[in-house]
Design a protein around this ligand. Structure first.
Ligand code: 5GP
Ligand code: MN
Length: 343
């Protein structure tokens, strides 16, 4: 965010604003971490602020400080719609296209009179905000919120709650600091958060060591369903609604499954196809290593997008046809995948 934009925000915050922070549908650690960090920070500035999430979060985020104050759109449509309509400033965090909040909430956001501030690290931002702070080189939106607070000259306002929220988004979106987007600037921010006194061991435990027996059983099914296309250095997993139901599926249970495909020796492209009968779609998560852009792949063929090495997509067809379509497309990218493997 440039100095001019910081000054505009400072100016706006010196008046009476009604602020809403919006996260994307199916919020992850970075979406909730960044939204709540900004929420705590703005509350510290005595601002009138609320967080609205399109739908509920997985249980592994339920410990985040003040997450219980987040208004869930899907469960409180009238109150959330009124809150959005009355807002004067709306921060959209960790997404860059209004479609990422889901159809019903998107229709509301398209009609509000508030000015939008986008803070996000995905590629190819849409043009809906009066301030667009977009930086795809950053590993997480939480890291961007840290720099936003830094530019506001308020680093000393980062308390333990803000620091714990920021740490959560950074650690989840960097794969615990291993993805290529992790930089020295990421570690500098983390060093500061640790100096503030966060309990990083407890945060890791709360985020990653909360498996239920059913989830591990479901992981077993996912691994049994794992298939490999060796000449394309690709692995994919399918999980049907029947398999989800048989394991008492809860939101977040399939988080991270796709990474098992990518952990196979020789694999640079991994996909998971998850049937969602309620929404009538197949939800896809795509991951890659090296230069092969899953953002481009998801955008071109599966109505999605994200980052070069982590993206999401969807299909309205059956799981069987979606996989067939995927297997038909895959050979077209054989050369790129081979290069990604060799580099
Ligand atoms: P995940 O596979 O964990 O759902 O998402 C991976 C990354 O891609 C995340 O950064 C997420 O925000 C983004 N993403 C997931 N689904 C979509 C989608 O349908 N459209 C776009 N543009 N990005 C997505
Ligand atoms: Mn993110």
């Amino acid at each position: 965010m440039n100095t001019n934009e910081i000054n505009v925000i400072r100016e706006r915050l010196s008046g009476k604003e009604k602020i809403v922070i919006v996260s994307h549908r199916n919020p992850d650690g970075d979406a909730y971490g960044s939204s709540l960090a900004l929420y705590h920070y703005l509350q510290g500035l005595d601002q009138n602020v609320r967080v609205i999430s399109p739908n509920d979060s997985p249980d592994f985020l339920k410990w985040l400080p003040k997450q219980e104050e987040i208004l869930i759109f899907e469960e409180n449509v009238l109150e959330a719609t009124d809150t959005l309509n009355e807002a004067s400033l709306i921060f959209t965090l960790d997404f860059n296209a209004l479609s990422r909040v889901g159809t019903q909430m998107q229709l509301v956001l398209e009609k509000v009179s508030a000015d939008f501030v986008m803070i996000d690290h995905h590629q190819q931002p849409d043009d809906y905000a009066f301030i667009t702070y977009s930086d795809p080189s950053k590993a997480s939106t939480c890291e961007m919120i840290y720099h936003f607070i830094e530019k506001m000259k308020d680093l000393d306002r980062i308390n333990i709650d803000i620091a714990s929220c920021l740490y959560t988004g950074i650690v989840t979106d960097t794969g615990s600091f291993k993805y290529p987007s992790t930089s020295s600037s990421t570690h500098k921010a983390i060093a500061h958060l640790m100096d503030i006194g966060i309990d990083h061991t407890k945060i890791h435990n709360d985020l990653f060591d909360t498996n239920s027996y059913q989830r591990l059983q479901l992981l077993g099914i996912a691994l049994k369903n794992l298939k490999v296309v060796p000449d394309c250095h690709t692995a994919y997993i399918t999980i049907s609604q029947r398999e989800l139901n048989a394991h008492n599926f809860k939101k977040g249970d399939t988080e991270g499954f796709v990474n098992y495909g990518l952990s196979l020796k020789g694999i640079v492209f991994a996909v998971i196809f998850i049937e969602d009968q309620k929404q009538g779609i197949i939800k896809m998560s795509l991951r890659s290593k090296g230069n092969f852009s899953v953002n481009e792949f998801a955008r071109t063929y599966f109505n999605g997008g994200g980052h070069d090495n982590a993206a999401g997509g969807r299909s309205d067809d059956s799981i069987k046809n979606t996989v067939l379509k995927f297997l038909e497309i895959l050979p077209k990218h054989k050369k790129e995948l081979q290069l990604s493997y060799e580099n």
